[in-house]
Design a protein around this ligand. Structure first.
Ligand SMILES: [Zn+2]
Length: 446
């Protein structure tokens, strides 16, 4: 491959397509995939017939609104029905070369199958994101994501196809990973945001200075929202002396469907692969681009199992205005999972809003735990935090300051703020942390 390493684009023509041209291509692909799904996947044939729509009815992008939604439950209900791959699959099993599965943390794990072409296009998209953040063939890259069944595992092939020297790290114990960082001096690493931060802290405690002893220049984070929260990104950057880039993926589609560019203002989504709609959280009514709602994705080019109007459960918005980097593909801003959102005094609150406030407070370690509970028939939230070592304010003062900062940012005060000493919260875990406890299903009257 002879790419000009000074060109900022992996595929300049595609990444800078005028939006009218991009939409023209989306429409061509949408017509093709809708017909392919109708002709080959039993579920789509049945659901389109029930809705009284035919593939020929898709004449404009807006015509997609005639088609029914699907969601995670549709995947679970049709998996294994009629064939191994189930009723959403549109190709025979012999055409499938790879399946990833979801974690199953919210139910039965669902399989996402890829044909050879699906998989190659997936990896070309990953190469595009790696190139976008500045990875080049002379970089050394540690892929510190789970390889077991997880769709983020194969993303390392995208870095390898780009020409980088790849170290298939997986989910190594921290000591071993730090040894690799010290011995091989890699320049780019991908982990979860909470782990990037904790690994930095562990490195400091083990006597390393991540800025001097390692060569990490770029950190990719995904799987949690931290990478899009400025205060969290900055906290990680301060430890490592490296630039942090947020990626966003779905086990149902690609390891990363979207990625930040050098301006860190939203994540460019591969609109040549994914048609993005935003719908009202409650009614499903289609919203205008820029409005906040549930993101609904249609895969335009995946043939093994096309997803048509898949409700992702993620709340966010898409910004299709030009980005300073020159890329024309829209940028998504994710606020959080629909399941994690809670309403206090008629205000929609996302755990990410609370995290942003906590991470900005210099008196705190940045660790936190949110409890959502019900009292007097209304939802309330409480926040537990850790006071940093060496802060001489008393706990009441720290709690009052955090409470005021939360009120200023979110609009509603927490019911209480519990202050722990440094290390007092049990939220530090390898790779992915649980920071929200929803106690609302507990009946306090019993
Ligand atoms: Zn950009």
């Amino acid at each position: 491959m002879s790419r000009d390493i000074n060109n900022k684009f992996w595929d300049e023509e595609l990444e800078t397509l005028p939006r009218e041209e991009l939409q023209k291509r989306q429409l061509e692909d949408l017509k093709e995939i809708v017909k392919f799904a109708y002709d080959n996947a039993p579920y789509y044939k049945r659901s389109f017939d029930e809705a009284g729509v035919k593939p020929e009815d898709i004449k404009t992008l807006k015509d997609i609104e005639k088609l029914p939604f699907i969601n995670k439950k549709t995947q679970r209900d049709t998996q294994g029905v009629g064939s191994f791959l189930g009723e959403l699959a549109a190709v025979p099993e012999e055409d499938v070369v790879f399946v990833s599965t979801s974690s199953g943390s919210t139910g039965v794990p669902t399989m996402s199958p890829f044909t050879k072409k699906d998989f190659d296009e997936f990896q070309d998209t990953e190469s595009r994101w790696f190139w976008q953040i500045g990875m080049r063939p002379n970089d050394r890259y540690v892929h510190a994501l789970n390889f077991s069944l997880y769709v983020g595992g194969p993303d390392v092939i995208g870095a390898q196809n780009l020409g980088a020297l790849c170290i298939w790290g997986g989910t190594l114990p921290s000591e071993r990973l730090l040894f690799i960082l010290k011995t091989y001096q890699p320049t780019v690493i991908w982990t979860s945001p909470s782990y990037a931060w904790q690994l930095g802290e562990k490195a400091l405690k083990a006597g390393y200075d991540p800025k001097k002893d390692f060569s990490i220049k770029k950190i990719i984070v995904a799987g949690e929202l931290g990478g899009s929260i400025d205060a969290t990104r900055k906290a990680i950057e301060d430890i490592w002396g490296a630039e942090v880039f947020d990626f966003y993926g779905l086990s149902d589609i690609f390891g990363a469907c979207a990625a930040q560019c050098e301006y860190h203002d939203g994540l460019h989504i591969a609109e040549n692969h994914i048609l993005v709609e935003t719908v009202d959280i409650h009614t499903g009514e289609v919203l205008e681009p820029g409005q906040t709602g549930e993101l609904v994705f249609t895969t335009l080019r995946k043939h093994a199992r096309p997803l048509i109007r898949f409700k992702t459960g993620d709340i966010g918005r898409i910004d299709t205005t030009p980005c300073k980097c020159g890329r024309t593909h829209g940028r998504i801003h994710i606020l959080g999972r629909k399941d994690d959102m809670f309403i206090v005094s008629a205000v929609n609150v996302f755990p990410s809003d609370i995290e942003a406030v906590i991470r900005e407070q210099s008196d705190l370690t940045g660790e936190y735990l949110i409890r959502i509970f019900e009292k007097d028939f209304t939802s309330k939230y409480a926040v537990e935090i850790e006071k940093a070592t060496g802060v001489d304010k008393d706990d009441d003062t720290v709690a009052a300051e955090v409470s005021a900062a939360l009120k200023a940012r979110i609009g509603v005060k927490p019911a209480r703020v519990v202050v722990h000493p440094d290390g007092g919260l049990n939220t530090r875990s390898e790779h992915k942390s649980r920071r929200v406890i929803d106690e609302r299903n507990i009946d306090y009257n019993i």
